[in-house]
Design a protein around this ligand. Structure first.
Ligand SMILES: *[C@@H]1O[C@H](CO)[C@@H](O)[C@H](O)[C@H]1NC(C)=O
Length: 288
């Protein structure tokens, strides 16, 4: 009798876990300049334990090469469109410049936006496609401004506005070591142990100027999509005051969250980053 109960219990647990993994959203993870997708490895591990199976860390073509923004966006869109067409819901996560890439990647996909589904179905429009974009999460996002998209002709060249830590070379590369007082160990990894900070600093590559300087053509954060901006309280690259220049633009509609983290919160606070991703993936509403 006990054995039978045991088997029934085990079967129920397995079936529940299987059903949960079937319903989990796909998660696309986009690193920033200089970074390999391995920066998300810890988060991938945590999400895996919560039965997330379709997790896609993106290897940006512009990292360690002269490829441009278009190639980065295409790398994300290939995965995104496939998941949507197969009827899966998707959450996009971008760290720093990765936030710009996920923003450009959802251009033209408004009909898949979960944020719009309720009002549109009330309006009695055509049936919605099955795969939905549940939200965009900006981890210390380095984003285009609304004004830059409306008036690209007024957008200053990145070389004149970039923070001192960005070092540009004449052959089209950018490095993150332009400020001797703020080397990558402090700029990016100040919330990690010295050993880990050195480990990740050694893994950095150059990025292409073209990826960082390109014009964006679409802003997703003015109502088309659910957008959550996560500020790192210890961020030395995009400190809160800098983040607020995006959040407080007229017309911007961000939810805002905080982490006690540096610029690469996936390394410093992987459990909490995974929890934030799950919050959006599992449709939890935030109130501010
Ligand atoms: C952005 O667009 C403006 C106006 O069309 C143009 O002058 C500028 O060269 C573009 N910048 C880049 C990096 O393509």
């Amino acid at each position: 009798m006990l054995l039978k109960w045991g088997i029934t219990f085990l079967f129920t647990v397995l079936a529940t876990a299987y059903a949960a993994s079937e319903n989990r959203a796909s998660v696309i993870l986009v690193p920033g300049l200089y970074h390999e997708p391995t920066a998300f490895n810890k988060v991938v591990g945590v999400l895996g334990k919560s039965h997330y199976k379709r997790i896609f860390p993106i290897n940006l073509p512009s990292v360690g090469s002269l490829k441009g923004r278009k190639d980065d966006v295409a790398a994300v869109r290939t995965v995104l469109i496939k998941e949507l067409e197969e009827g899966r819901d998707v959450v996009l996560v971008g760290n720093s410049y990765g936030g710009t890439v996920i923003s450009d990647a959802v251009e033209g996909l408004k009909k898949h936006s979960k944020a719009l589904s309720r009002s549109e179905s009330i309006a009695g429009r055509s049936p919605r496609p099955r795969g939905q974009i549940l939200g965009l999460i900006y981890l210390s996002g380095f984003l285009p401004y609304i004004q830059d998209v409306l008036h690209p002709e007024l957008k200053p060249d990145i070389r004149s506005t970039a923070p001192a830590y960005m070092r540009f070379t004449d052959d089209g590369k950018i490095y993150p070591d332009g400020d001797p007082n703020n080397p990558p160990q402090l700029l990016f990894y100040n919330d990690l142990s010295e050993k880990e900070a050195n480990f990740w600093t050694r893994k950095l590559h150059f990025s292409s100027v073209d990826s960082a300087a390109a014009n964006s053509t679409y802003i997703p954060y003015t109502g088309d999509f659910r957008c959550l901006y996560v500020i790192g309280k210890k961020d030395n690259a995009v400190p809160e005051a800098f983040a607020r220049t995006w959040i407080e633009q007229e017309g911007a509609k961000f939810e805002v969250d905080y982490l006690d983290a540096g610029h690469i919160p996936m390394l410093g606070q992987p459990e909490k980053v995974a929890r934030i991703i799950r919050g959006v993936a599992e449709g939890k509403e935030r109130r501010y």
